[in-house]
Design a protein around this ligand. Structure first.
Ligand code: UN1
Length: 496
């Protein structure tokens, strides 16, 4: 009998009202059934939102430093359970143990960073234009927040959203991706153990089209925070727009690494390998384009292909494996379809481009690290997000052309330049259109205390993490206290 997992609503573990479930399987071995999870619908969402709305009345009044102390406890518990959660995560989404440990670590870092913010949460005090009058601005919570999260960072991304939301005094309903519900169950167990009050965080499993859509449209949900594809992001933004609901979107990327002719090639090689093939290319910050100056292109390309062919593919629970499977069958089909598109467009396949059979006993969604050469900037493989281990090499003649090519997509999340020329590095920092730019580092590896997000179709102008996330999860309130004892009119109403 497969294990049956539940939703967490109003402090209780419950099945979906319909009794329906969905399977969660190991992408490295589809015969391995992890468990059955509730396929939630409107009624379950209604219950969860009602619980969060009810809990909000008290939670908003808990002092922020106290809310921070609870999050600190959550961080400690995450640390205690780090290895257990990493193993659960590898089993349900495939990335290697080193990376799932890193994913949990990102949650721990976020917990401790957010806990400290409980004693800041600064507003401003400023001068009033009138005598005997005091002026300040404070942060107020927004209300019930719907957090709809992806499978590629099953702990990091929910915690990026949830912890700042709670710290600001909001309550939440989390709808994790159907591919990674087990990690979310562990997170909720930890929140419960840490003493987060009943109803403050609710968990609803299910499909985006059902549970996710019901949440985004619910009239008592005041804010939706979503990380995922640009197509779904547009639908959510439209649903929220109709109701003037606050919505924060973190969407796709088509991130590029530039390597100039003066760069340290060994360093650039390591960066490209990690950026393109780490997490099997399934990060929204992954490197999917490599923009090479023509003088170093032949050499670096040879170095890259030789190394890519040596990457050990397999089950991420095996410590010697370097890259795991793709998340599911549709994801592998999509990657393979893009490889055919690349060939038809005239790009030259240097390595990979095929499904990898890991062996008789292991039946997973593996794909070989793939590199295309002779890619031109307008090809679909250079424009569209593939979300897999596919790297497109584009040759350029100058620094100016490199920047133009890098900027020439609809997205603008992460970016990187390898150069030893300080003037070029600073020009790149100024001229690249992206939310994140690395100099002599790969496109992946953002730290939790700096803003995370992008420009253009990557989002709608918000930044998670850092101090900027508090602008997503709080309302500014300006307060004037007049202690003059008489009616004082503001300057505009007083003008001569
Ligand atoms: C994502 O790819 O969705 O910068 C998040 C990084 C990680 C987060 C990635 N810290 O690679």
């Amino acid at each position: 009998m497969a294990d049956r997992f539940k939703n967490f609503i109003d402090g209780k573990w419950v099945e979906a009202k319909s009794g329906k479930t969905f399977d969660n399987r190991n992408p490295a071995n589809r015969n391995d059934l992890i468990g059955l999870f509730p396929a939630s619908g409107q009624q379950d969402v209604d219950d969860a939102v009602r619980s969060a709305k009810h809990a909000f009345a008290k939670w908003r009044l808990v002092p922020a430093p106290k809310r921070g102390e609870m999050l600190y406890r959550v961080g400690e518990l995450l640390r205690q359970h780090k290895e257990e959660i990493a193993r659960i995560m590898t089993r349900e989404m495939g990335k290697i143990l080193k990376e799932t440990r890193g994913d949990v670590q990102e949650g721990i870092d976020t917990a401790f960073y957010t806990a400290g913010e409980g004693r800041r949460l600064f507003g401003e005090t400023t001068a009033s234009e009138l005598p005997d009058k005091f002026a300040m601005s404070v942060r107020a919570p927004v209300g019930v927040c719907a957090l709809i999260t992806p499978w590629n960072f099953p702990m990091a991304i929910p915690t990026w959203k949830l912890f700042p939301a709670l710290l600001c005094g909001n309550t939440a309903v989390l709808k994790p991706a159907e591919d990674t519900p087990h990690t979310a169950v562990k997170l909720l167990e930890i929140l419960e153990e840490a003493g987060i009050p009943v109803g403050v965080v609710n968990l609803v499993h299910g499909r985006g089209e059902e549970a996710g859509a019901a949440l985004a449209r619910h009239s008592d949900v005041k804010l939706v925070s979503f990380t995922g594809s640009a197509a779904v992001g547009r639908e959510i933004a439209s649903a929220c727009g109709e109701n003037l609901k606050r919505v924060s979107l973190e969407l796709g990327g088509k991130n590029a690494q530039i390597v100039m002719e003066d760069a340290d090639l060994n360093l650039a090689l390591e960066g490209a390998l990690w950026g393109a093939f780490g997490t099997t290319g399934q990060r929204c910050t992954a490197t999917s384009r490599l923009i090479l100056h023509r003088d170093i292109k032949p050499k670096l390309t040879d170095m890259l292909v030789a190394r890519a062919e040596k990457i050990k593919i397999g089950d991420g629970l095996d410590e010697s494996v370097e890259t795991g499977p793709l998340i599911n069958q549709p994801a592998r089909e999509k990657v393979h379809r893009y490889v055919q598109i690349g060939k038809q467009e005239g790009a030259r396949l240097l390595t990979g481009g095929e499904i990898y059979e890991a062996g008789k006993w292991i039946d997973g969604y593996f794909y070989r690290p793939t590199i295309f050469d002779q890619v031109t900037p307008s090809m679909r493989i250079a424009q569209e997000e593939i979300f897999g281990p596919v790297l497109s090499i584009i040759e350029v003649k100058s620094f100016e052309e490199a920047i133009e090519v890098l900027n020439g997509t609809a997205y603008g999340l992460s970016s990187s330049i390898y150069t030893n020329d300080v003037a070029r590095a600073f020009r790149a920092m100024r001229d690249i259109e992206a939310g994140i730019t690395y100099v002599n580092g790969p496109t992946i590896g953002a730290e939790v205390h700096l803003p995370f997000g992008g420009v253009k179709d990557t989002g709608n102008g918000h930044r998670e993490a850092g101090t900027t996330v508090y602008d997503i999860f709080s309302e500014w309130k300006s307060i004037y206290v007049d202690y003059s004892g008489k009616l004082q009119k503001a300057q505009i109403d007083n003008a001569e």
